[in-house]
Design a protein around this ligand. Structure first.
Ligand code: MTE
Length: 318
């Protein structure tokens, strides 16, 4: 459980925006870290950026999320991971996951579809243009990173298999190999890891099947070779190392809604107005910085996805 947060530790959103504009301008002018350093040290009361600018390389500054924030380094992204099949210790996952074989790989897509199929990773890489998407990843535990993913929107694959009209949900299942995944010995969770989306969420253009980060294939700890990324939802929806996708009429059970339904809902949209029963969701710790920033509804993607939830009471843990 996180320690209580002092308000002085939190960067206000307006302060953050001021800083953000500075970063954005710097990015637009394609100024590298050396030139930025020459702009001088910010005054001591300056707001903290989501990631420390001093650490940002020119490559990072060339890539900004929709808040104008540069991404975390690959080092940070690949050494602080949640992949419970390996370990609940975020700093241990990278090493334990090295034994996980992710090539060759196939994804089976079936259920309520007209054209079910099994797709090899190579086919998915060749058949769909790999786009770069720079998204924030907000974990339900209260930390955040910016990650430059490569991949393709899930709707392209779903259109190919042609969902039947009865299909209302899309379920995803992670690979499971007990021999190399020591975490699956835990009887607290129902393995394999399973997640699901409503079909309109799955068809949304922001919903990505990621195959890489920073132009390199995904590392095992990040969910190689293919994973889901749903940037407006808490990170647990972004299921890793997918082997099966199934379209269903009924709302599927998920690992988290089964393990702790009062704490982890099915929708899991990022919402600073609804605290986790054991900790606040009003702010988040920025990985790679000492600071916290206010959490933004739908993780800052409300304009794109808010309409999906029109009429729903977002304070209810569905
Ligand atoms: N997928 C599987 N199969 N197993 C997991 O434990 N953890 C989830 C999600 N996907 C998880 C998973 C959680 S809680 C988060 S925050 C993100 O993966 C973390 O992704 P990252 O380690 O690439 O940052």
């Amino acid at each position: 459980m996180p320690t209580p947060i002092r308000s002085s530790e939190i960067t206000s959103h307006s302060h953050y925006l001021t800083r953000r504009d500075f970063i954005k301008t710097a990015g637009l002018l394609s100024i590298g870290s050396a030139v930025l350093a020459a702009c001088g040290t910010p005054p001591t009361d300056a707001p903290q950026p989501r990631t420390q600018l001093a650490e940002a390389t020119p490559t990072q500054i060339a890539k900004l999320d929709n808040f104008g924030t540069p991404p975390n380094t690959l080092e940070q992204i690949s050494n602080y991971n949640n992949f419970f099949e390996f370990s609940t210790d975020k700093e241990e996952v990278a090493q334990l996951a090295q034994a996980f074989v992710t090539n060759p790989w196939q994804v089976e897509v079936g259920g309520l579809v007209n054209n079910p199929g099994t797709f090899g990773l190579e086919d998915l890489l060749n058949d769909y243009d790999q786009e770069e998407r720079i998204y924030r990843l907000r974990c339900v535990e209260g930390w955040t990173m910016v990650i430059p993913w490569d991949g393709f929107p899930l709707h392209k694959l779903l259109s190919k298999v042609d969902p039947k009209s009865e299909a209302k949900y899309v379920k995803f299942i992670t690979a499971m190999d007990r021999d190399v995944m020591p975490g699956t010995k835990s009887i607290f969770y129902q393995w394999p890891y399973q997640e699901a989306l409503r079909i309109d969420e799955a068809m949304h253009d922001l919903t990505l099947l990621a195959t890489g980060i920073y132009g390199q294939p995904l590392l095992p700890q990040n969910g190689a070779p293919i994973r889901l990324v749903v940037p407006w939802k808490y990170g647990y929806k972004s299921i890793k190392s997918i082997v099966k996708i199934e379209l269903t009429a009924e709302k599927p059970k998920t690992l988290w809604t089964t393990a702790a339904p009062d704490e982890y809902g099915f929708f899991a949209n990022v919402n600073p107005e609804v605290n986790h029963p054991r900790w606040t969701q009003t702010s988040e710790r920025v990985i790679g910085s000492l600071g916290r920033v206010p959490t933004v509804k739908f993780n800052g993607y409300e304009e794109e996805v808010g309409a999906l939830y029109a009429g729903m009471d977002l304070t209810v843990n569905y």
